[in-house]
Ligand binder design. Structure first.
Ligand code: AMP
Ligand code: ZN
Length: 490
């Protein structure tokens, strides 16, 4: 029996090593991923990170873990340029579009959900919002102040990085040294409120023109951007939990600050395994909203963008992403997508062919070890490109059985079909393209082929020829061989 029990190893960004995954509570996994700031359409780079973690979620579930997957919606507190001063990204968009901030939030949250479901992403177990957890954030600030690691200044509250660093290591995740950080900081507006330029805001006193603000013990203001993830992960997953994910660009300062906030408020390191997904690039540069170097999912599906030759199905795009390891950068290009489209069809054809195979007494290939290789790939830090290579090994074997140069037993055919389907659909999250449409087509084709057969039996060559010509016109080819009639639509 193929064993999924061999251990799952996860590359932990904290120490740069692949570690055997052991959850805090056997059988359960607490999993947190930083969600989007909903002030604009998600671009394909954002989608890659969320698709990577969807694959992680799917595999953990496949292994039998009961996973609580929390992914937040940032709907307040994220200031322009990820800085400590400036306008709230959502409030700014609301001002420009003359809408309520919550109208902006609603519009882009809906778009985010619709987009991810096109990519066949599963929804998280809980999707909390920053504005829905202001009280929890205020409570966390109070704890950090009580523990002596934050201070109030002019109605704002700052985290005391240098004091924290005396007993802890601020920079442990991003491997930075506090001395280098200090010498690298610039003088910024509002810095005079801080003891040190490294200190970051837990709570900000709102200027009169700031519209998204709440009462607190210190001022009418708003939480610092890093705080929401600490408050919400603690609320739903506990003071310590198993896995925290996010894009590589969030390591510093966002995740570094999350570690500091969690440790300062509870005395415990909040996260056991930190996972970081790498960037999608376009023309070799990070896809990023701020530089305008982006591609929107809808442009990709419709093909309406200069960098594209044509439109692509979201599932082909997902397959393209799965062909790269989540920790590698991935460069987007039309050529790469065209190749992915071909590869995806080949995999789907292999799966269809498997159903039609005639079985033999025994198998000419060790099917269990083939299946073991699927698990080995995924257990090695979710190595989807290796998994896909192994799935193609299986497709080659299936083709060989079909053309008579290999054999498969009934038992092996059954287990291979089950596992190849699980890995392709449940774990990689792929699905058949145009499934609904193709089943309609299948029904119609069944009828057409019956009529063609009847015409041939009755030697009604005119009708048989007319059917053939019409099918050719529709780019459907029909083949008659020993095993019967097969057809293929282009
Ligand atoms: P944001 O809405 O800006 O907070 O970003 C949402 C998520 O997308 C974060 O986890 C980012 O790290 C991630 N992200 C942003 N740009 C890219 C990119 N080019 N490739 C992959 N992930 C990205
Ligand atoms: Zn976060």
């Amino acid at each position: 029996m193929a064993s999924e029990k061999s251990e799952l190893r996860i590359y932990n960004s904290l120490n740069g090593e692949k570690e055997i995954f052991k959850p805090l509570k056997e059988g359960f996994v607490g999993f947190y991923v930083c969600g989007p700031t909903v002030y604009s359409f998600v671009h394909l780079g954002n989608c890659r990170t969320f698709i990577s973690f969807d694959m992680v979620y799917r595999y953990l579930k496949h292994l039998g873990f009961k996973v609580r997957y929390v992914r937040n919606i940032t709907d307040a507190g994220h200031l322009e340029n990820d800085a400590e001063e400036g306008e709230d990204k959502i409030a700014k968009k609301a001002r420009l579009e003359e809408l309520e901030p919550m109208e902006i939030v609603q519009q882009y949250t809906i778009n985010f959900h619709e987009t991810l479901s096109k990519f066949n992403n599963l929804p998280p177990s809980i999707e909390p919002t920053a504005t829905g957890h202001i009280i929890e954030q205020i409570e966390m600030v109070k704890k950090i102040i009580d523990n002596g690691l934050a201070y109030e200044s002019n109605g704002s509250v700052y985290f005391d990085v240098e004091k924290y660093n005396k007993d802890n290591y601020y920079g442990e995740l991003s491997k930075r040294k506090i001395e280098d950080l200090i010498s690298g900081t610039r003088s910024l507006d509002g810095q005079n409120e801080k003891k040190s330029p490294l200190d970051f805001a837990l709570w900000k006193n709102a200027k009169p023109e700031h519209i998204m603000k709440w009462p607190s013990p210190w001022s009418i203001g708003f939480p610092g951007w890093h705080l929401e993830c600490s408050a919400m992960s603690t609320k739903y997953l506990g003071e310590q939990f198993d896995i925290h994910g996010g894009g590589m660009d969030l390591k510093f300062p966002h995740h570094e600050c999350e570690i500091a906030q969690g440790t300062a408020s509870t005395g415990k390191k909040p996260v056991r395994y930190w996972m970081h997904a790498n960037m999608l690039t376009l023309n070799g540069k990070k896809m990023s909203k701020s530089t305008g170097n982006t591609l929107l999912p809808d442009e990709l599906f419709s093909g309406e963008n200069d960098v594209l030759e044509k439109g692509y199905d979201p599932i082909v795009v997902r397959f393209f992403m799965m062909q790269a390891h989540y920790r590698s950068t991935l460069d987007f290009s039309s050529e790469a997508l065209n190749a992915a489209e071909k590869g995806f069809s080949r995999l789907m054809e292999g799966l269809d062919l498997l159903k039609t195979l005639t079985t033999s007494e025994s198998s000419s290939q060790d099917v269990n070890s083939l299946i073991d290789s699927f698990y080995a790939a995924m257990n090695d830090d979710f190595n989807t490109p290796i998994l896909i290579a192994k799935l193609f090994d299986a497709v080659k074997y299936i083709q060989n059985v079909k053309n008579g140069t290999a054999t498969i037993s009934k038992q092996d055919k059954k287990i291979l079909e089950q596992k190849i389907n699980e890995f392709t659909f449940d774990i990689l999250g792929l699905k058949k393209i145009n499934e609904g449409k193709s089943s309609n087509l299948e029904t119609v084709m069944e009828l057409v082929l019956q009529m063609r057969q009847k015409a041939r039996e009755e030697k009604d060559w005119d009708t048989a020829d007319a059917i053939r010509d019409k099918l050719n016109e529709a780019k459907i080819t029909v083949k008659d061989d020993k095993e019967g009639v097969t057809w293929k639509a282009e």
